[in-house]
Design a protein around this ligand. Structure first.
Ligand code: SF4
Ligand code: SF4
Length: 405
């Protein structure tokens, strides 16, 4: 993964044309505070660094222009800065949200910040400076065993409870993802038990299911990501899937936003989040919620890949609000202005200390509103937030944990 490839220099950035010139260097993405839209600061990485330009959006755009104009050359130093970004997209949300119409020129509306950063990383991979060493190991496992956890591929379905038979063909397929089967099997077990108890039996495609490719896309391993995506799309199509259900926020964004682009057309199936199905089953009376949270304060953490990147905000909140006796509180930064958990964009594997510091800030947000529980719907966020949260006496749960089994 670190070997420079014989390909056109900066091929990924060049494909995006002169888009980076849309940045007018206004600096709103540095530390904007906009009370009217609940925004309090922008970049989770910048807030953990001395504040130099490469660590937030404006500097990254300058770097890209420098590379395209030949004034800068790819280097390890540059890569080390560029990979310290969770691809949370908060700079994107801020850039498009200026309160001054004269500052926010029309062209900046066409800037897709994370797409540009991912193209930059892909070019750094071509040049032999990316990804980060630990990320390279993870990607090698994605290639060999089709998951980033260095686990044998055949164990992807080891979580299936005894006595449960799941077909490999059907209209509704549960895309398992990697984090739950290999790291949080109890979560996917709960999900399947809930679905079965409500009369919904999804199929799972095994051994055909591979990692969705999110980790490869975010860290610049574009060629591998495309292979994984095309493999999964074809396998799902062959399984007869009309609807594909995912849980992990990374999988959701990858399926919703990246797969159609890689496939070059609309996907041959619909993609839904597991909470959409659970909310429907709850409203139909086929599922019920636990009675253990009376008088407790629950808040919801929006995973960046689900919320800001895909505008998916409501089903998890609707479910939490229906839990008997709970006091649902929003954190100061929520929905499109939510603070990142710190794990995304390869930061958890490449820069674990940075990921932990950012998680600490998000836990402070929950503490500020007196939350007893942080509820989320991304196994990756849950995993990153829980260590710090537990020290503060706050438990981190998935929405699935709120249901009675
Ligand atoms: S807010 Fe947008 S236009 Fe302004 S410096 Fe940041 S990326 Fe550039
Ligand atoms: S995507 Fe997030 S971490 Fe990366 S530069 Fe933008 S705000 Fe900072």
């Amino acid at each position: 993964m670190t070997k420079a490839q014989e390909v056109e220099k900066l091929r990924h950035l060049k494909k995006l044309g002169d888009i980076a010139y849309g940045c007018i260097a206004c600096g709103d993405c540095r530390t904007a505070v906009r009370y009217t839209v609940g925004r309090y600061k922008v970049c989770p990485v910048l807030e953990q660094t001395p504040g130099f330009e490469p660590f937030f959006a404006r500097g990254k755009m300058q770097i890209i222009r420098g590379l395209l104009e030949g004034k800068l050359q790819p280097s390890q130093e540059l890569a080390n800065a560029v990979y310290q970004c969770t691809t949370c997209g908060d700079c994107h949300a801020t850039c498009h949200q200026s309160m001054d119409p004269n500052i926010n020129l029309n062209i900046s509306r066409y800037l897709d910040h994370t797409k540009i950063y991912e193209a930059l990383r892909a070019d750094l991979v071509d040049a032999g400076f990316g990804p980060m060493p630990r990320q390279s190991e993870v990607l090698e496992w994605c290639e060999k065993e089709h998951n980033p956890y260095m686990e044998p591929h055949e164990k992807r379905t080891a979580w299936i409870p005894e006595g449960v038979e799941l077909s490999s063909k059907g209209d509704l397929v549960l895309f398992m993802g990697c984090t739950e089967p290999y790291r949080q099997p109890e979560l996917i077990q709960k999900t399947i038990k809930l679905l079965l108890s409500a009369g919904v039996t999804p199929a799972v495609i095994h051994p055909e299911e591979y990692c969705c490719g999110s980790v490869a896309l975010r860290t610049g391993a574009r060629d591998l990501a495309e292979e994984l995506a095309l493999h999964n799309i074809q396998s799902l199509q062959e399984s007869g899937a009309k609807e594909v259900m995912v849980h992990c926020a990374g999988c959701y964004r990858t399926f919703k936003k990246d797969y159609p682009e890689i496939y070059g057309k609309e996907l041959p199936f619909k993609v839904v989040h597991v909470t959409e199905i659970l909310e429907r089953l709850l409203k139909e009376g086929k599922l019920s919620l636990k009675d253990d949270f009376r008088g407790k304060k629950l808040t919801y953490h929006d995973p960046c890949h689900l919320g800001r990147h895909c505008d998916f905000f409501d089903p998890p909140r609707e479910i939490i609000k229906m839990v008997p006796g709970v006091d649902f509180v929003e954190m100061r930064r929520n929905r499109a202005a939510a603070w990142c958990c710190g794990a995304g964009g390869g930061v958890k594997s490449g820069f674990p200390e940075l990921a932990a510091k950012i998680a600490g800030v998000r836990v402070e947000d929950a503490k500020e509103v007196g939350a007893d529980y942080i509820v989320t719907v991304c196994p990756f966020c849950e995993n990153n937030l829980c260590t710090t949260a537990e020290k503060e006496g706050i438990s981190v749960l998935d929405v699935v944990d709120l249901f009675k089994i």
